[in-house]
Design a binder for this molecule. Structure first.
Ligand SMILES: [Zn+2]
Length: 382
C-alpha cells in the first residue's frame, strides 16, 4: 500500500477535482475587494430549537452556547422551502428556494455561491469547497444554470462515501493487509455506519464524479490510512471535520461549506442517539472555530455562519416528533443562525431572517453578488 500523509491525500483530492492549474494556488491571491473568508456550517439532518438553543436544549450544545456571546445570534432563521436535505442546503447555498430532486440526481437550479464567487472574482477552483457527510450532496457544488455550471463549481468531497469505498476496496483486496487489518477496517466501518440512519446502500451515489481513476484510487488509499491513524474518526461527521481541517490547512479556501449530518440518525427513532449526534456536532463546531483562531490564514478575516438546514417535527400530537421533518410546523421551519468572526458584532435579535439570506450575505462578504430571493443580513454587511 502506498503510504500517504493526510496532507498529501488532501492535496491530491484538491488537485483531482480542480482544473489542474496547480501553481495558481501557490501564487499570491489577486487583491480582492475583500479579504474575508466565509465558512458556512450546517447542522444538516435537522435539529430543533428544543434540543439546541431553547432553555431546555442548551445542555446539548455547550460549545455553541459558550461562543454565542462572541457572535451575533439570530433567534429566528426560517426555512420556507422544501423540508428535505438537498433542497434545504441548496437553498442556503443558492439564495433561492430550491425544488429539485432531493436525492442529488439534479443540480441546484440557480447559481450556487461557489459559482457566483468563482466567476465574479476569477477565483481558483481550489478556493471553493463543499465537504459533506450527506452522501447525496455530490451535485451541491454547481448548478444547472448554463451561464455557470461545473467550470465555476466548488470542489465537493464526501469523505464518508469515499471512506466506505476505500473499505470496500480493502476488503476486496483482503490479501493486502492480512486478515487482522481487514478486521480492523470492518470494525471501523461498523462504527461509521452506525451513525447513519440509512444503513447500507451507499453505493448508489458516487462521490468525486470528476476524479480521474488514478487519483481517485490514490485518494481511497489515503482514506484507509486515515482510519488507521491516531485521530481515527468514529463517525461520518468526525471524518468530515478532519477533512475540512486538512483542506483549510492545505488550500485555505475563501469559501467553505461544511455539512454535518449524523443527527439525522433521529429517523431511526432513538432520541438518545439524536442527542449524542447534536453534542458531537457542537463539539466539532467548537474545534472548527479553534482552527479558525489558530490558523493564520483564517484568523481575523473569517466569518463563520452556523445554522441547522432544517428543524424536525414538533411534539404537539405525539412524543415522537423528533423522528421526521415533514410536517412543516414551526418546529420544522424555525431554526437559528449564529454568526461568528470577522465583521460580526456582538448581539442577538428576534428579527426573522431566512435561509436564503445566507448566500446573499456570504456573497457580499466575498466581494461578489447574489441576486437571489434573500437579503444581505444588515448586521453582518460590509
Ligand atoms: Zn432526514
Amino acid at each position: 500500500m502506498i503510504e500517504l500523509t493526510k496532507r498529501q491525500f488532501v492535496r491530491l483530492a484538491g488537485l483531482s477535482i480542480a482544473d489542474r492549474i496547480f501553481p495558481r494556488w501557490l501564487r499570491a491571491e489577486p487583491a480582492p475587494r475583500s479579504q474575508n473568508k466565509v465558512i458556512i456550517v450546517t447542522f444538516g439532518g435537522g435539529v430543533r430549537n428544543s434540543e439546541t438553543f431553547a432553555p431546555e436544549g442548551v445542555r446539548n450544545i455547550p460549545h455553541l452556547l459558550a461562543l454565542k456571546p462572541e457572535g451575533y445570534f439570530y433567534r429566528s432563521c426560517v426555512n420556507s422551502g422544501v423540508l428535505s436535505h438537498f433542497n434545504s442546503t441548496a437553498s442556503i447555498v443558492t439564495g433561492n428556494w430550491q425544488r429539485v430532486d432531493d436525492f442529488g440526481f439534479q443540480q441546484p437550479a440557480s447559481p450556487t455561491l461557489f459559482e457566483l464567487y468563482r466567476k465574479q472574482r476569477s477565483a481558483s477552483a481550489l478556493d471553493a469547497w463543499a465537504i459533506a457527510t450527506n452522501k447525496s450532496f455530490a451535485t451541491m457544488g454547481s448548478s444547472s444554470d448554463t451561464g455557470f455550471g461545473d467550470r465555476f463549481g466548488g470542489n465537493v468531497v464526501l469523505p464518508k462515501q469515499l471512506l466506505l469505498e476505500a473499505v470496500e476496496g480493502a476488503i476486496r483486496k483482503g490479501s493486502e493487509g492480512g486478515v487482522a487489518n481487514r478486521d480492523l477496517v470492518l470494525e471501523h466501518l461498523e462504527n461509521v455506519l452506525n451513525e447513519g440512519y440509512e444503513g447500507v446502500g451507499w453505493t448508489i451515489f458516487k462521490a468525486g464524479r470528476e476524479l480521474d481513476r488514478k487519483v481517485r484510487a490514490t485518494l481511497l488509499r489515503g482514506l484507509v490510512d486515515y482510519i488507521h491513524g491516531p485521530e481515527a474518526p468514529t463517525s461520518g461527521d468526525e471524518l468530515t471535520f478532519f477533512i475540512t481541517r486538512e483542506v483549510m490547512r492545505e488550500f485555505a479556501p475563501r469559501l467553505l461549506l461544511v455539512n454535518f449530518w449524523d443527527m439525522d440518525v433521529a429517523h431511526w427513532g432513538s432520541y438518545s442517539l439524536y442527542l449524542q449526534a447534536i453534542t458531537k456536532t457542537d463539539r466539532l463546531c467548537g474545534m472548527l472555530w479553534d482552527e479558525v483562531q489558530e490558523n493564520p490564514r483564517y484568523r481575523g478575516k473569517t466569518t463563520v455562519l452556523i445554522l441547522p438546514e432544517l428543524g424536525r417535527d414538533g411534539d404537539v400530537n405525539t412524543a415522537n416528533g423528533f423522528l421526521n421533518h415533514r410536517s412543516g410546523d414551526t418546529s420544522c421551519r424555525n431554526v437559528w443562525l449564529l454568526a461568528l468572526g470577522a465583521g460580526v458584532p456582538k448581539g442577538e435579535t428576534e428579527r426573522t431572517v431566512q435561509h436564503v439570506d445566507i448566500a446573499t450575505t456570504a456573497a457580499e462578504l466575498l466581494g461578489a453578488k447574489c441576486d437571489g430571493a434573500g437579503r444581505a443580513l444588515k448586521e453582518l454587511s460590509l
